[in-house]
Design a protein around this ligand. Structure first.
Ligand code: MGP
Ligand code: SAH
Length: 277
């Protein structure tokens, strides 16, 4: 059992304390004026992010720029329809809510308890919170614990280990400057940048451990993996992920995710069958 995990019971989530709900409400950015100037485009798109935005959706700063727009999240969720999907970086719940519409159950992990509280609150606005099991902790620790088994009684801190059909990875990309990878870390930003806006995003920039390691951790859980990646990601590197498994390479299906006339992100489906999972 990995330390640092808490399990939320679907009916009575012990972790969803009044204090945490208060912190989630305090961290939420609810008005246009409270968003940094360079993030106003996200405010203008708020009803694309959540059609129920006006019902009281909670988003902190990172969630404002990371959340998957609802129509895009639904499109992914339709392709992941299955019994149990793991949303390994659930954030404020943009994907988890849509998975709950197409899958029997969702396991949603985030390392930040405040975001998890926002996700649960947001899921309740859509009436799907009971179909999501929220786990607070590090996905890498979860994956390692999952690979090494569970307690003798088959229980993992109250969460009964079960088959997971699809692992969805939507990790931090390093911030709003992901389109210019040279700006992603302070050390790099200090160098005189020779890159252009069209530089490819390297998989190693994915947080917390880089794309290859994330993929390998996910492959230890199940063989259907979906990555939500920057639209400028290096596709050669993505293609090489399929070779990282023993025996037969995985099939890859990559899909451009457009919202209206805008290319938002790339969904990459890896599995042993040629079609998306
Ligand atoms: P964007 O490029 O910041 O926004 O993110 P947009 O509206 O395309 O900006 P414009 O200037 O081109 O008009 C595009 C999409 O990427 C967002 O809708 C998010 O779903 C997703 N996204 C962005 N970031 C920085 C992250 C991130 O760090 N992690 C994850 N998982 N998704 C992100
Ligand atoms: N798909 C989400 C947005 C995810 S943003 C949505 O649509 O709402 C990425 C999330 O990864 C953030 O909420 C961040 O707190 C979380 N995160 C960062 N490191 C993590 C880790 N090691 N394990 C689990 N979650 C992590």
């Amino acid at each position: 059992m990995a330390a640092g995990f808490s399990r939320a019971d679907e009916q009575v989530p012990e972790w969803y304390t009044e204090d945490l709900v208060r912190r989630a409400n305090q961290s939420a950015i609810r008005t246009r004026n409270d968003l940094p100037g360079n993030m106003l485009k996200y405010w203008n798109a708020r009803h694309d992010l959540f059609s129920q935005f006006s019902e009281g959706i909670l988003l902190d700063e990172e969630s404002w720029f990371s959340v998957t727009p609802e129509a895009v999240a639904y499109r992914i969720a339709v392709q992941c329809a299955s019994d149990v999907v793991l949303d390994a970086f659930c954030g404020a719940g943009g994907n988890a809510i849509q998975f709950a519409m197409t899958c029997k159950r969702v396991i949603a992990i985030d390392i930040d308890p405040v975001k998890l509280a926002m996700a649960r609150h947001n899921a309740s606005i859509y009436g799907v919170e009971d179909r999501i099991t929220f786990l607070c902790g590090d996905f890498c620790a979860f994956a390692e614990a999952h690979a090494s088994g569970v307690d003798a009684d088959g229980c993992w801190q109250g969460w009964h280990r079960e088959a997971i059909d699809v692992v969805f990875l939507s990790p931090p990309w390093g911030g709003v400057d992901y389109l210019n990878p040279d700006l992603l870390t302070p050390e790099k930003a200090l160098k005189v940048s020779t890159s252009s806006y069209t530089d490819l995003y390297p998989l190693r920039e994915l947080r917390p451990v880089g794309g290859q390691k994330l993929f390998q951790l996910a492959y230890g859980i199940c063989d259907k993996i979906v990555l939500y990646l920057p639209r400028n990601v290096n596709l050669d590197e993505v293609a090489r992920l399929a070779q990282l498994v023993p025996d037969t390479p995985l099939a890859i299906h990559a899909e451009e995710l457009w919202l209206g006339y805008k290319f938002k992100a790339l969904a990459v489906f890896l599995s042993h069958s040629a079609a998306p999972p």
